[in-house]
Design a protein. Structure first.
Length: 156
């Protein structure tokens, strides 16, 4: 029962993280006149989104009782939720002219250092979670190989 709980918890945090990352990605992507560091932030957020989508679609994580993975994903989800909330607070409502003022407002509150921090946080989580995905993939490949080898060696 606890394994199912841990797997469900992982999926819940993946979903929360993915929701926040999509919000961040949408807000950062809406700014068209950014500099190189803004483009790097976009790429790192998109990389994290892709990794979280792979985790969401990986059925094997439900079967694993991996509290370290759950903790990593929870940390990622909490970090991204905080960033998304901060960025959402900066958005302009529908009655104001959109993109030009929005970027000016974002530039006031987010300096290059802040965007670098967002990019670094996203990259750090992407790297850690990708390592977990690769480990799970290798484990599953080994399990399939072992199963196939056992079938090949069994008398027919």
């Amino acid at each position: 029962m606890e394994a199912i709980g841990a797997g469900a918890s992982v999926l819940a945090f993946v979903t929360l993280g993915l929701k926040s990352v999509k919000i961040i990605n949408e807000l950062v992507a809406s700014v068209k006149d950014g500099k190189v560091f803004l483009e790097q932030t976009r790429q790192d957020i998109q990389g994290l989104q892709a990794t979280l989508e792979k985790l969401r679609d990986c059925r094997a994580i439900v079967d694993r009782n991996d509290h370290q993975l759950a903790d990593k994903i929870k940390s990622c989800a909490e970090d991204m939720k905080g960033i998304a909330e901060k960025l959402q607070a900066l958005t302009i409502n529908g009655s104001e002219p959109a993109l030009g003022r929005q970027w000016k407002k974002v530039k006031i509150f987010l300096k290059e250092k802040d965007l670098e921090r967002i990019a670094t946080t996203a990259f750090k989580h992407t790297t850690a979670l990708t390592l977990y995905l690769q480990t799970i993939s290798r484990y599953l490949s080994l399990a399939v190989f072992t199963c196939l080898s056992a079938n090949d060696q069994s008398p027919q």
